[in-house]
Design a protein around this ligand. Sequence first.
Ligand code: ATP
Length: 236
Amino acid sequence: MKYILETRNLRVQYGEIAALRDVTFRIAPGEAVALVGANGAGKSTLIKTITGLLRPKDGQLLLDGADVRTVPANRRARMGIGYSPEGRRVFPGLSVRENLEVASFGSRRETRRLIDDMYAIFPALKEKETSLGWTLSGGQQQMLAICRALMSRPRLLLLDEPSLGLSPKLTDDVLFRIPEIAKAGTAVVLAEQNLTKALEVTDRAYVLRVGSIVLDGASSDLRSNPTVRSSFLGGL
Ligand code: ATP
């Protein structure tokens, strides 16, 4: 199988402290893959290393089979990596439409078409088209943050804890769009503490514990795996 992104024996450190050890992770085009684990397991660290915000100490990081460890984050974005960081980064003083416009690399015409695609995925944003970022609910801001990442037409979308701080209903509104985004051709990596939901909306999953991958497999299999729940995530 041809992977869009692959890490091999990746090691990432903060100073002398290892945050990721021997992490081997793969995702193919069109797949939705969850990265689950408790607080501090290393999910954000892996996502940031893929974007280029953190530099691995050791191991390989391949995008389309080529090592990109030394490629800076802005170039990786151009190469097809979209990133929605933890904490819903949107421009508070711009309208929903403006937030989307400034995230596009395309022509005006293409930008208009992409914005329509975003409104089709999240109709709630269309209704708020002229509202300023800061006036949106948490869930709407999260939807907008995901759409901002999609406006660059990434082939790989990295979502860091999109359900953080959302009600169960809004979490569903956001996470249940993931299979649709993957089916349309964008591979999605979903870092989540909400294990049940993450396994519902992805094809495969990796379980991280204190910096190491301790289990991986089809999300449907992991859903019924008692070890995942009890040992790794304290019954979450
Ligand atoms: P969370 O859901 O809480 O963000 P996470 O699984 O994303 O958890 P990381 O944020 O990747 O975990 O953190 C992994 C480990 O690295 C933790 O032990 C954390 O304390 C540590 N860590 C994260 N950022 C830094 C930093 N800037 N400096 C030093 N240690 C860090």
